[in-house]
Design a protein around this ligand. Structure first.
Ligand SMILES: Cc1ncc(COP(=O)(O)O)c(C=O)c1O
Length: 383
């Protein structure tokens, strides 16, 4: 039968407990979600600051739609770049202290397009082993030489770069790692980049809004980052992404970044709403403080036998091991009113399937204590 690989692939995934399905979420905020008419405590949301449904952001969205439209109507290089986009770019440049900024429709396309633009014959792209799929796919999409260094192992990175015969180097890391919740040492990366005349690219999808005094993510720790990518669809609670850089690299990307050139610009209404969201994220530091407080409470409330990776972010990864066990633990938690999606390969390495807990500024202390009690029972019962 032609296209027989489709059924074969799906059957294989089912046999390996790796089959993926969507769940219809009827309603959600950063604390609760409703599925099949039942309400659950939500610990799988990336709405870290709890800004989704914020009335001021909704108001800005409506105003942006009224003044600038829901649709950009064209690519940014045709007639799609308008005042709402320029305003958001300016807000971002000031916030992150960068010369220029480009807006993309998603973090995936920002990462893919930018790394594709730098994947050239004379360029080595050095990616942390735990890099997001969009970084890997972009780096591999053209003729650059892609190398992976062990997760956060900068000694290995420095040794490898020193022995490379290629001229140009781009070092790529996430600020906060999406599936482990630990952080890169951006200062250390910037030093290595400087020593080797390399450029540094940081994906701040999970840091923006959450780390830094005003939520600037990695940029608050170090200013020597050549490219900062951050998505709007997580802590900033809208959608799309930013790529902040200097004047020259901005110019280069406007001329070569395929997802920028050949895609309708992001919705102006969303751009207007995102500027409001950034303003709130900058001003309301209590949201970051609450995440830190609840995260500490969660760590302290877990049984000592439970293996949780160290984290200074909203993300807390409890390693369970086999796919099937992660699925059954998630199902048992669901029976107790807790929504916690099991994360399995290929998103994470084999035998490190996990429960990825995200703590948001909307959770309450009682939610965290209840979560820890349930996880303690479920994991200790499952050996
Ligand atoms: C580290 C990282 N980078 C990039 C992305 C892609 O961002 P977006 O959802 O805006 O496409 C994600 C997840 O969504 C992510 O976790």
């Amino acid at each position: 039968m032609s296209f027989g690989f489709i059924k074969q692939h799906l059957d294989g995934q089912k046999n390996k407990h790796l089959y993926r399905q969507r769940s219809l979420i009827e309603q959600q905020n950063a604390r609760f979600l409703q599925h099949d008419s039942k309400k659950y405590l939500n610990f799988s949301s990336n709405d870290y600051l709890g800004l989704n449904h914020h009335p001021e952001i909704n108001k800005a969205l409506a105003l942006g739609a009224e003044k600038y439209g829901t649709c950009a109507s064209a690519s940014s290089l045709i007639t799609g770049y308008n005042y709402a986009h320029q305003h958001l770019e300016n807000v971002i440049c000031q916030w992150l202290n960068k010369e220029r900024c480009l807006l993309f429709n998603s973090g995936f396309s920002a990462n893919f397009a930018t790394l594709n633009a730098f994947s050239k014959p004379n360029v080595s792209l050095w990616l942390d082993k735990l890099s997001h799929a969009s970084l890997i796919d972009g780096a591999l999409s053209d003729k650059g030489r892609v190398r992976r260094f062990l997760h956060n192992n900068y000694q290995q990175l420095a040794t490898l770069i020193s022995s490379s015969e290629l001229e140009d180097h781009l070092i790529v890391s996430e600020g906060v790692f999406s599936m482990d919740g630990d952080s890169a040492d951006v200062e250390q990366l910037a030093i290595i980049a400087q020593q080797h005349q390399a450029m540094l690219y940081i994906d701040d999808a999970h840091s923006i809004g959450v780390t830094g005094k005003e939520g600037q993510g990695s940029s608050s720790a170090n200013q020597n980052i050549d490219f900062v990518m951050a998505t709007f669809g997580k802590a900033l609670a809208t959608s799309g992404a930013l790529l902040a850089c200097n004047n020259t690299t901005y110019d280069y990307l406007v001329n070569v970044a395929r997802h920028y050139i050949y895609s309708t610009a992001m919705s102006p209404a969303i751009a207007w709403a995102t500027a409001k969201s950034i303003e709130i994220a900058q001003q309301e530091s209590w949201r970051r403080e609450k995440i830190a407080h609840l995260s500490q409470l969660f760590t302290a409330s877990l049984a000592p036998q439970i293996l949780m990776l160290p984290s200074t972010s909203s993300i807390h990864a409890i390693i369970v091991g086999k796919e099937q066990k992660a699925l059954s633990c998630a199902e048992e938690l669901k029976q107790q009113g807790i929504w916690l999606t099991a994360i399995r390969p290929p998103t994470v390495p084999k035998d490190t399937s996990r429960l990825r807990v995200t703590i948001t500024a909307s959770h309450k202390e009682s939610d965290i204590k209840h979560l820890a009690d349930c996880i303690n029972k479920v994991l200790l019962n499952n050996g």
